[in-house]
Ligand binder design. Structure first.
Ligand code: DDH
Length: 287
């Protein structure tokens, strides 16, 4: 049970599970958004909060939730993520003891698990920072670029080639919006379920440039309703990335195992956890 010692509330596992359950409940209720779920945009919020990390300076990362402030919230890469932050505002009001930075990551974990993804271990301990801690623009990937850019961005966070490919499988989820990134469409036919379909489609479909006035993106020849970004296609044109695309396409269990490990690492970049901090495993509401 929750500890209330001399007026200082010390949240325990059960308290975080309550926050998880609240986010899961809202995901279920607010099903009139996009493809029927806020899940994908919650995952993107957690990723963009974390993906600013720079291992050389120790700056950025999920500790701080500095995207709350205009200098970072207004970065082009973060366009549209206000929808995710606003979705979580009632949760923050109900559980004011949780920091925004812990809440955003917990919500990403919840969204992945509720969309039938793997179990993602979670540790709390992030503290919100002030506007001065906002990261400079340009730390998140630019979809119009290729393999060198992917390595520049993800090596800066401390990831290797296998981890870059495993993280990219998140594009099984969600879609691009013309009023956000300028790109358009989903990567898979099941954008609210975590699967290895992204890798299967990358390998099995024939991808051609989409003929339109928007930014350069690919479309599948068969249905012309799916899309790939130039950075997605770099995963099959690069000889070190491609074997991992092939492995994950063949083996969903391997993808789930590696995705869980790598997204846990992403979500914890630069967070100064206490030595004694425990990893929590939340129960999915549909299990
Ligand atoms: Fe992504 N992503 N992402 N992405 N991403 C977009 C949407 C989503 C890139 C660009 C885009 C990751 C990696 C990359 C998700 C998760 C993750 C959009 C469309 C663009 C553009 C935004 C919009 O218009 O609304 C690029 C480039 C990379 C890269 O270079 C590797 C990673 C690592 C993740 C992750 O979660 C681990 C998700 C989820 C979405 C869908 C959002 C939505 O609203 O739906």
């Amino acid at each position: 049970s929750s500890g209330e010692t001399k007026g200082i509330f010390t949240p325990k596992f059960e308290d975080y599970q309550k926050v998880y359950n609240e986010v899961a409940k809202l995901l279920e209720e607010k099903d009139d958004y996009d493809d029927g779920s806020y899940g994908p945009v919650l995952v993107r919020l957690a990723w963009h909060a974390s993906g600013t990390f720079d291992k050389e300076t120790g700056t950025g990362g999920s500790n701080g939730a500095t995207m709350r402030f205009a200098p970072e919230g207004d970065h082009g890469a973060n366009a549209g993520l206000k929808a995710a932050r606003d979705f979580l505002e009632p949760v923050k009001e109900k559980f004011p003891w949780i920091s925004y930075s812990d809440l955003w990551i917990l919500s990403g974990v919840c969204a992945i698990q509720e969309m039938q993804g793997p179990t993602i271990p979670y540790r709390p301990g992030r503290v919100d920072k002030e506007v001065a801690a906002c990261t400079p623009d340009g730390r998140l990937p630019d979809a119009s670029q290729g393999n060198k850019h992917l390595r520049d961005i993800f090596y800066r966070m401390g990831f290797n080639d296998q981890e870059i490919v495993a993280l990219s499988g998140a594009h099984a989820l969600g879609r691009c919006h013309t009023d956000r990134s300028g790109f358009d469409g989903p990567w898979t036919f099941s954008p609210t379920v975590v699967t290895n379909e992204y890798y299967n489609l990358l390998l099995k479909e024939k991808w051609t440039w989409k003929k339109w006035n928007g930014p350069k993106q690919y479309e599948d020849k068969t249905s012309k309703s799916l899309m790939m970004l130039p950075t997605d296609m770099a995963l099959i044109s690069d000889k070190s990335f491609k074997p991992w695309v092939e492995k994950y396409a063949k083996d969903n269990d391997l993808f789930f195992k590696d995705f869980s490990a790598v997204i846990t690492k992403l979500f914890e970049l630069g967070v100064p956890f206490a030595e004694s901090s425990e990893k929590y495993t939340f129960k999915p509401t549909n299990a």
